[in-house]
Design a protein around this ligand. Structure first.
Ligand code: 2NE
Length: 270
């Protein structure tokens, strides 16, 4: 596959193939553990992908075949978060999780090897997950003095059920790709050498569908799990559509033309 670089970064790769963007955590020497810089670079790359109308789907992955992501880099964990270059402790991965949830385009995790800790929460919050046969999934927080009681727990319980989610967190066991598939944690498992072609094929299949339909389906499912914040996202999509209608424009035009709006002519569907 011929990926072209969109922008150079220090700790991630950011590439494009057709209408697909690929964001790769590029720290294979630590199984792609993330630092505050990795996360801020991902936030920027996701934001660029969100704003670029030529991009319709985003793949998140890790460099090499050994790991998707092993979570926060424990070597720079300090009081209150992961320490950045300015000596400020950050948990900016939580902002990244939210961004992945609200981007109105499908985000697909492509998982090779370890998907562990905060890295596994990143694959969880992606809309779909395509795994290689060597993928291993698990949480480590209670072993290493950490936890994700947000999406990492509550949303996991929605995805795999409460009993399994508690098992995952209470025992910190590691699960094979097939076990994760059986739990409904991921979408499919393919041989390692096929995982990129398969992930791109899924993205291209979705890209043939109505982008507005996909946008609303994602927002609706997230509204169910994200409460009022999810409803705000869904409502924003509805407002965007309303602005494209004659009825929506009539209100704006009437104000600018200093006249009463004429909404009589618009249908009142049952
Ligand atoms: C992933 C796992 C199970 C792999 O084990 P193995 O034996 O295959 O590899 P190894 O030797 O442990 O790792 C290779 C190198 O990567 C480093 C290791 O220290 C090792 O370095 P060297 O000894 O070669 O110098 N490495 C791996 N993961 C790292 C990490 N997360 N931070 C820094 N260095 C790391 C095994 O490596 C493992 O268990 N890793 C730790 C996973 C973990 O506990 N992650 C943090 C969870 S908490 C979190 O992510 C989080 C949160 O809970 C809440 C908010 C935000 C983040």
């Amino acid at each position: 596959m011929n990926w072209t670089t969109i922008k150079e970064y220090q700790e991630i790769l950011f590439e494009q193939y057709g209408h697909i963007a690929k964001i790769t955590i590029n720290r294979p020497h630590v199984h792609n553990a993330f630092t505050p810089l990795t996360v801020s670079e991902m936030i920027e790359a996701f934001t660029i992908s969100r704003d670029d109308a030529s991009i319709g789907a985003i793949i998140l992955t890790g460099a090499g075949d050994k790991a998707f992501c092993s979570g926060g880099d424990q070597s720079i964990r300090g009081n209150g978060g992961y320490i950045d270059d300015h000596n400020i402790p950050r948990l900016n991965v939580l902002d990244l999780q939210r961004l992945i949830r609200i981007i109105p385009k499908p985000v697909i995790a492509m998982v090779k090897g370890w998907s562990i800790g905060g890295g596994n929460v990143l694959q969880l919050v992606c809309d779909l997950t395509i795994a290689a046969e060597n993928a291993v999934f698990g949480q480590t927080g209670p072993n290493v003095g950490s936890f994700d009681a947000g999406y990492g727990s509550g949303y996991l319980a929605r995805v795999v059920g409460h009993k399994k989610a508690k098992e995952v967190w209470f025992t910190c066991r590691q699960y094979s790709a097939q076990e994760a598939l059986d739990m409904g944690w991921i979408n499919t498992v393919v041989p390692l050498e096929e995982v990129e072609n398969e992930t791109v094929a899924w993205a291209e299949e979705i890209l043939k569908k109505s982008p507005t339909a996909i946008r609303f389906i994602k927002a609706a499912m997230n509204a169910d799990t994200d409460g009022l914040a999810g409803l705000q996202q869904f409502a924003g999509d509805a407002t965007m559509l309303y602005y494209t209608t004659d009825e929506g424009r009539e209100g704006k035009n009437a104000f600018l033309e200093k006249r009463d709006p004429d909404f009589e002519k618009f249908p009142k569907f049952p």
